[in-house]
Ligand binder design. Structure first.
Ligand SMILES: *[C@@H]1O[C@H](CO)[C@@H](O)[C@H](O)[C@H]1NC(C)=O
Ligand SMILES: *[C@@H]1O[C@H](CO)[C@@H](O)[C@H](O)[C@H]1NC(C)=O
Ligand SMILES: *[C@@H]1O[C@H](CO)[C@@H](O)[C@H](O)[C@H]1NC(C)=O
Ligand SMILES: *[C@@H]1O[C@H](CO)[C@@H](O)[C@H](O)[C@H]1NC(C)=O
Length: 400
């Protein structure tokens, strides 16, 4: 009897051990031929394929070392939750001519993806930024984005670093329930069009506890973004945290629900802003709230700009048709690098509605000071402390 029980117990334990094994498996790129300082495109592609086909939790591991990686598309759907764990430093091809499309690495149609690890994605942007033909106006749009997430759901990206992307560092498209936690982005302040994280056509996206320094927007939120939370982000240098630009293209979807909370911006050209093109297609941007934000030496800390028209690519005299509604700026303080601390410039055709300014304290110490606040085609609700005095210049002009 006793012996029988023992045998039964042992076989049960063995069964449990084997199911535990079956439930989670590691796919190390080294086992697919990846070597330090070599190109691991094939190894990473094959490791992903096997991990994705594995009917349980799987983990692709890229151990600590330097590697080179060409264009790869890590595609789902996968048979189970999948983790992409990067401990090494992965280097992009330097020459922009290598790239046939505008992507270096993409993750597509994956549910329950985790990208993790203390490793880094090195976009080798220096070789691209100085390239001839890559001027301000053509935006270097044909350069590759370092990391794309397309139709990724219920997923997390944490701890990784992206630096020196040739174009955007990270692009989010068609995603749902994707969180970026403790991500670092490091790209020089003078690199063109290198947004940190661009979000578009996506719902329930969070960027939390992350540090972004770059040459364009730290975070930009494009059309079709809903329920976006940006919290605990440190940004700078860069162009700040932006909604838009909106209205340039036909059939854009509304932006609904953006919260930017507890962020610090240092040495950025703008702080928090909403930008829409003049002479635009119709659209909606609503329910956007900016709260508890510190500005250090920011050129234009608070900005709604419905006449956004860089390099005169548009007809600025024709007003924007994007309707902006339900926006608040609360508890925003620090220093402005120009006297234009608060500018709420709305569309003549569709004035902004339900805009609130509460507890604003932005100091400016220049000789042409003090800081000013300007409101055009908007009549914001004002509350709490206001430095500069809310809408000072415009309300005076209006009365005249
Ligand atoms: C979001 O994804 C996480 C897994 O990453 C999951 O636990 C959670 O239930 C998802 N939330 C929603 C609203 O789908
Ligand atoms: C994401 O997770 C939620 C909650 O677990 C689930 O309802 C939803 O179907 C998942 N999304 C996808 C695309 O699998
Ligand atoms: C901001 O700019 C000042 C003055 O140029 C510089 O001393 C400081 O290091 C910068 N801070 C960051 C975080 O870039
Ligand atoms: C304004 O936005 C907040 C946050 O999304 C939302 O809860 C609230 O209902 C909106 N207010 C109106 C009047 O739409």
């Amino acid at each position: 009897m006793g012996l029988d029980l023992n045998v039964a117990t042992i076989s049960l334990l063995l069964l449990l051990a084997s199911t535990a094994n079956a439930a989670s498996r590691v796919f190390n790129v080294r086992n697919y031929g990846a070597k330090s300082n070599s190109d691991i495109t094939q190894a990473a592609t094959r490791a992903w394929k096997d991990a994705c086909a594995y009917p349980g939790s799987s983990k692709v591991v890229i151990p600590a070392a330097k590697y080179r990686l060409g264009t790869v598309n890590f595609l789902g759907p996968c048979k189970g939750p999948i983790e992409f764990n990067v401990l090494g430093s992965i280097q992009s091809p330097g020459d922009p001519k290598y790239f046939k499309g505008d992507t270096w690495i993409s993750f597509g149609r994956v549910n329950h993806l985790t990208v993790s690890g203390t490793g880094e994605f090195d976009g080798q942007g220096r070789t691209a930024w100085g390239r001839s033909g890559c001027s301000k106006t053509n935006y270097c749009i044909h350069l590759p984005i370092s990391l794309r997430f397309d139709f990724v759901t219920n997923s997390t990206v944490r701890d990784i670093t992206s630096f020196n992307s040739k174009q955007f560092n990270i692009n989010v498209f068609g995603c749902q329930n994707l969180t970026f936690d403790h991500v670092t982005i490091k790209t020089p302040g003078n690199s063109p069009n290198t947004d940190g994280i661009h979000i578009g056509r996506s719902t329930n996206i969070k960027v939390i506890n992350s540090k972004i320094s770059t040459g364009d927007d730290c975070i930009s939120i494009g059309d079709g973004s809903r329920d976006i939370l940006i919290k605990g982000v440190i940004c700078g240098p860069g162009h700040g945290i932006s909604v838009g630009s909106l209205g340039k293209y036909h059939n854009e979807q509304p932006v609904l629900g953006v919260k930017v909370i507890g962020c610090t911006l240092t040495n950025t050209t703008t702080g928090v802003r909403i930008k829409t093109w003049p002479n635009s297609y119709p659209g909606i941007a609503s329910d956007m709230h900016f709260e508890n934000i510190i500005m250090n030496n920011v050129d234009n800390p608070i900005l709604i700009d419905q006449g956004y028209c860089p390099w005169n690519q548009c007809k600025p005299q024709i007003p924007s048709k994007i309707k902006i509604n339900n926006v608040s700026f609360k508890n925003i303080r620090g220093t402005s690098r120009t006297k234009d601390a608060v500018e709420i410039i709305c569309s003549r055709a569709l004035p902004c509605t339900n805009v609130e300014l509460r507890d604003i304290d932005l100091k400016y110490n220049g000789k042409d000071g003090p800081a000013t606040s300007r409101c055009v085609h908007v009549n914001p609700l004002i509350g709490g402390h206001q430095n500069p005095p809310a809408c000072s210049i415009k309300s005076l002009k209006k009365k005249i």
